[in-house]
Design a protein around this ligand. Sequence first.
Ligand code: CA
Length: 228
Amino acid sequence: MIAKILIVEDEPSLREVVGLYLKRAGYAVTALGDGQAALEWLARETADLVVLDVMLPGVDGLEIARWLRARGDTPVILLTARRAEADRIAGLELGADDYVVKPFSPAELVSRVRAVLRRARPTPAAGREPPLVFAALQIDPATRLVTARGQEKALTAKEFDLLWLLARHPRQVFTREQLLERVWGLAEYIDPSTVTVHVRRLREKIEADPSHPRHLLTVWGVGYKFEA
Ligand code: CA
C-alpha cells in the first residue's frame, strides 16, 4: 500500500522539490500552499503523514497540527525556520512526531518521513517475520532487539535496518550504494562512507572480535555481506 503524504508549504520552490523527492521515494503526494486549503483538504481526505511548514499565511502550521491531533493520530513532521527551543517544544507538545529545521536536504526529509511512518505503522512484513537466530546472535524484527552472546545490544534505527537487510540475505553481496538506497533512501545525496561508519559500529556491537568479524564481512572493492 502506498502511503499518502500531504505537504503544506507556502514557498513554491520548496514545496515542489519536497514533493518531487517524496514522489520519487514512492509516496502519493498532495502539495498545498496555505493553511486554509490544508484544513479543507484534511476535512475531506486522509493522509498517512503530514509535512507541515510552521510559518504559513492564514492558518499556521502549529494550528493545523493542533487540529490534526484533536482528530486522531496522523503523524506530523514540522518544517521550521526557527531554531528556538520554545518552538520545538511547542511543536512536540502538540504531538508533532518530528521536526526539520530549514534549510534541510530533501533526502534528509525523506528519511525522516520513512522513520516516522515506520514507527507509526510498523511494516507488517517485518512484524510477522520471526527472529533470525544464529549461533551467538539473534535479531528480532518485531521488537527490533539484537542479542549478541547473550547480551542485549542497543542499536540505532539505521544500524538495525542495515543489519536486518544484510542478515536476511546471507552471503548476498551488497554495494555501499545499494545499502544507502535501501536503508537511507536516496543514495546520491548521502556520503557512501556513512555505510562504512555504520558497519564499523555494528561490528563493535555484535562481533566478538570486531577486527576479525565473523558475520559482517567486507567484500573488498565491492561492499559487504552477512555470513551466518
Ligand atoms: Ca513558510
